[in-house]
Design a protein around this ligand. Structure first.
Ligand SMILES: [Zn+2]
Length: 208
């Protein structure tokens, strides 16, 4: 079985099968708790005993959140590795997303880097192929069905409607994940021609 995965903003990961994997609820709860103790800290007088206590509480919640995120990421990466022989992913979120502060937060929350790192070493451990697509690969702007590449695909456009082949109403993230899978497969198949055209690169291949 092969799967392509796309980074989501509202969902953690979207797969080429159409699965949308949300962040676990306990992460949202801990995030809210962190916001609360941070607010509490900001209200304490500088140099006071209470401020020191509040700072300690913030550090504790921070550590808890980091642990929970890592555990949730391990669960997801293990699941993906066990269910698939081939996993294709983007190497990094698109840079211009990072310029937007709120999106940047969402991206860092998702821990994309942590996830791809875990997938890479688990793929090696369990004899799977983990393929990473060049970050400039136009996964969101390309039609998975006919390969047509559109010039613009603004983030608020949620479905893929192809002006070339007439494919309509495909979830934009699922379309992207399918493109990522196609590109990953092409890399594995050693399709040099496609590689030259689309400038894809591979990282962390294990014996493929
Ligand atoms: Zn098309």
């Amino acid at each position: 079985k092969m799967v392509g995965i796309d980074l989501g903003l509202t969902h953690r990961v979207i797969t080429s099968d159409g699965d949308k994997i949300p962040n676990p609820r306990f992460l949202h709860r801990t995030e809210r708790k962190l916001a609360r103790v941070q607010r509490n800290l900001s209200r304490k007088q500088k140099g006071s005993q209470n401020r020191a206590k509040a700072r300690h509480r913030v550090a504790k919640v921070h550590a808890k959140l980091a642990d929970q995120r890592r555990d949730a990421t391990h669960k997801l990466s293990t699941q993906l590795i066990h269910e698939n022989q081939v996993i294709a992913a983007e190497s990094l979120p698109v840079k211009n997303l990072l310029k937007n502060r709120s999106l940047a937060k969402a991206i860092s929350d998702v821990g994309w880097h942590q996830l791809t790192q875990q997938l890479a070493y688990k793929a090696e451990r369990y004899g799977r192929d983990f393929v990473q697509i060049d970050k400039w690969y136009p996964s969101s702007k390309r039609c998975f069905h006919c390969g047509h590449i559109t010039e613009k695909m603004p983030l608020n456009v949620r479905t893929w409607d192809c002006p070339h082949c007439g494919t309509q109403g495909i979830d934009r993230d699922v379309n992207a994940a399918r493109n990522i899978l196609q590109s990953g497969k092409a890399i594995l198949a050693g399709a040099d021609k496609l590689r030259q055209h689309e400038k894809t690169t591979t990282v962390g291949l294990t014996g493929g």
